[in-house]
Structures are given as structure tokens and as C-alpha cells.
Design a protein around this ligand. Structure first.
Ligand code: FES
Length: 406
């Protein structure tokens, strides 16, 4: 690598060389020509140098404060969801923007400090280097170390205690800003909590699992209602009293060849039809059901002629109600919503990677990367004529994971 430059130095000769000499030798051995080099502050105690150092320190201080603010907000801010009109709604609303603002500020100001430091304190230099092949020799390693030492001393960072301290603090805090949010992602996947519309927190449960605990679950569709606005003497407020987001579905609600997305609705949360109560407060529970990650189900009404050619899966022969079949909407590839049902071919299509499932063959995959059938929900109709779950799914919903057996 080192061209015509003398490189057969003994250990003693190398040990006798100063850092500056070794740095220069390293430059020559690397085939580097320093075309131009100028110290930024040739005059000692230049007031302009002090101003530049203060500028860097200010950016670092902003970064430190922003990183501390981010960690404080991340840990202590009231992040729990609050409905429109509820106390604390505004605080909840600004939680995510504040995290973005403080983390962004911490990163940008740290970046500004580094850029400013390089521009103001690292010597201006233009070097030209020829490329070489092969591994580095001992002499090169020693001289590179010397060059790095030289860079450290000429950067003057060693004697700038304030900047050094702030840079260390900003670097550590910035690392925490990156790492801290990962803490929220660490969960024990086996720890079960109380069962609700989200299941018990484990991957093999969903809102439909409530059915196993004796809860009567209706198949209900989302009608998209929102909180009502009232303006009175005390100002404007919102209420969800008497408002239903989910309403029960009956067979006659679906035309032949139609599909409806439905969610589990516990008997105690029903507030529609002749059970409507204007005083009932069920909206929040309805939203929990809609937000349950494994809850969406496609209720499909096959055309009668197609229903005649259905092939049932063994053990699931009575899961359907007449021409009505209910399949999990969560794709068994990697969990996208399989939202497209094509009545002409009876295929269910996942838009993410184009997997197709055959509704006439128990949701079996017939194209694309999905390898498992869409789990089928057993359904029937109750004495009032509404669809209800007739059991839970018999296999886990969605994509593969280590513990699933099917
Ligand atoms: S998630 Fe459905 S095909 Fe990939």
C-alpha cells in the first residue's frame, strides 16, 4: 500500500517518533497528499472562538432538554385514550405530537451541534488519497492510530470540558430516546389477563372467545356513528349516551352474493331495535369490539346455486347457517384484512400479497403466499332472528406463530 515511502521502521524508531511525525508518516504511507490545511483558530483566546463554542453548547443543551422532555412525556404523560368531550381528551390528543416534537428536536439539535462543531473547530483540510488493495500492515495500523490521536488533539475536544460533557449527555439521552419506546413493545406473550373484547392478551384468543365463557355474542356491523355535540349554557360538550356504533345483523340484511364485516357484540351491550334505550352507555364497549385486532369477521351469503357445491371442512359441517358462512377477516399470511369478496368466483382476496381463498371450500387458500384456510366461525340465528356465534373459532386467527398447532 505504501508506495515509495520508507516503511521498514524498527519498533525503536517508531517509538521515538512524536505523534505529529507518526501522523505525517501515516499520511504519506497511505498515499495521501494534504493539499491544504488551515487551523480554524490560529490566534489563542480569540473571542470569536468562544462565541462559536457557546453556539455549539447551546445546541447540545437544547438536545439534552428535548431528550429529557421526551423521556418525561413518554413515561409520565396521561396517554390513555379519552373520548371526545371526556376530561383529559386534549392531553391525550397532544401525547403523540409531543413525543414527535421532542424527539425530533433532540435529534435535530444534536445534529446541528455536530455540524457546527465540525465547521467551527476541525481544521480545514483538503487531502487526496490513492486507493489500494489488500490488508493493512503493522506500520499502517500504528500510523492510523496516530492519525486518529492527531485528529482528537487538533479537534480540541479534549480540552473543551463543557462541550465534551454536554455531547456525552446528549449522546446518551439520544440513545435512550431511541431505546425507550422499545420498552413498550416488550410483553410476555403467555401472560393472560382478564378476557374482554380483545381476548385475554394472548394470540390464540379474540373477542369471540368470550363465547366460551357463556357470553351470548351477536354478529354486529359497524354503522359508523360518532359522539353527539350539545351546546348549552355550560358550553359545548359531546356525549355518547344512547349512541350505538354496533347493530345486530339478521339474515335478511344481506343480499345473495353479499358480504358484511361483523364484530362480536355481547348481549349486555346491545342497544338497537326494540332493545334501544336512549339512556344506555355502550359506545365505548362497541369501539373496543371494533378495535379488537382479531375480531373482524366476514359474513358471506353465497348465492343458492353456489351454496349447493360447497365442500365442508371435516368437523365444521354445521358451522354455517343456510347459505351464510362466516370467516375470519385476518389473512393467514401476515394478518392483513382480506376485505375483497368476489361473488362471481366466490373468492376472498387479500390485497396485501394477493392471496386468494375459496369461500366454497372452507376458506382454503388457492393462490398466493397464504398457506392456511381462513378460520371459520360457527354461526346460527337466535329466536329473535339475529345472527349469533354458535361457538368460538376452533383454531387461532391470523398469521403463523411458534405456539400454534394448526
Ligand atoms: S397478508 Fe394477506 S397475502 Fe399477505
Amino acid at each position: 500500500m505504501s508506495n515509495n515511502v520508507k516503511k521498514d521502521y524498527t519498533d525503536r524508531e517508531l517509538a521515538a517518533m512524536s505523534n505529529e511525525e507518526l501522523a505525517r508518516l501515516g499520511t504519506e504511507l497511505d498515499g495521501v497528499t494534504v493539499a491544504y490545511r488551515k487551523d480554524r483558530w490560529p490566534i489563542e483566546n480569540d473571542p470569536a472562538e468562544k462565541r462559536a463554542a457557546t453556539g455549539v453548547a447551546i445546541w447540545l443543551a437544547i438536545s439534552v432538554v428535548a431528550a429529557i422532555a421526551f423521556l418525561g412525556i413518554y413515561i409520565f404523560w396521561p396517554w390513555e385514550f379519552k373520548m371526545l368531550g371526556d376530561e383529559g381528551h386534549l392531553l391525550h390528543t397532544v401525547y403523540t405530537p409531543l413525543l414527535g416534537l421532542t424527539s425530533g428536536l433532540a435529534i435535530i439539535s444534536l445534529g446541528m451541534a455536530v455540524v457546527l462543531y465540525v465547521k467551527k473547530f476541525i481544521p480545514e483540510e483538503i487531502s487526496v488519497q490513492r486507493r489500494h488493495d489488500g490488508p493493512s500492515e503493522e506500520i499502517d495500523r500504528r500510523t492510523v492510530t496516530a492519525l486518529l490521536n492527531d485528529a482528537w488533539s487538533t479537534s480540541t475536544l479534549g480540552r473543551r470540558t463543557t462541550i465534551k460533557g454536554l455531547l456525552g449527555a446528549a449522546g446518551v439521552l439520544f440513545g435512550l430516546v431511541v431505546i425507550a419506546p422499545l420498552g413498550g413493545a416488550i410483553k410476555n406473550p403467555w401472560r393472560a389477563r382478564e378476557m374482554d373484547y380483545h381476548g385475554d392478551g394472548t394470540l390464540w384468543t379474540s373477542g369471540w372467545t368470550l363465547q366460551e365463557q357463556g357470553v351470548k355474542l351477536y354478529l354486529a356491523r359497524d354503522i359508523g356513528t360518532i359522539a353527539e355535540k350539545h351546546t348549552g349554557e355550560t358550553g359545548t360538550h359531546y356525549t355518547t349516551q344512547g349512541i350505538s356504533r354496533l347493530v345486530r345483523v339478521r339474515p335478511e340484511d344481506l343480499a345473495a352474493g353479499g358480504m358484511e364485516t361483523v364484530f362480536p357484540l355481547a348481549e349486555g351491550d346491545v342497544n338497537d331495535g326494540d332493545r334501544y334505550d336512549p339512556e344506555a352507555v355502550v359506545y365505548e364497549n362497541h369501539m373496543h369490539s371494533i378495535h379488537g385486532p382479531r375480531n373482524p369477521v366476514m359474513l358471506i351469503r353465497l348465492r343458492s346455486a353456489d351454496a349447493d357445491s360447497v365442500i365442508e371442512r371435516e368437523g365444521q359441517e354445521d358451522f354455517h347457517y343456510g347459505d351464510y358462512y362466516a370467516f375470519s377477516k385476518i389473512c393467514t399470511h401476515i394478518g392483513c384484512p382480506t376485505s375483497l369478496y368476489e361473488a362471481q368466483t366466490n373468492r376472498i382476496l387479500c390485497p396485501c400479497h394477493q392471496s386468494q381463498f375459496d369461500a366454497l371450500q372452507y376458506g382454503k387458500p388457492v393462490f398466493g403466499p397464504a398457506a392456511r384456510a381462513l378460520p371459520q366461525l360457527p354461526v346460527t340465528v337466535d329466536e329473535e332472528g339475529y345472527f349469533v356465534a354458535n361457538g368460538n373459532f376452533v383454531e387461532p386467527i391470523g398469521a403463523a406463530f411458534w405456539e400454534r398447532k394448526s
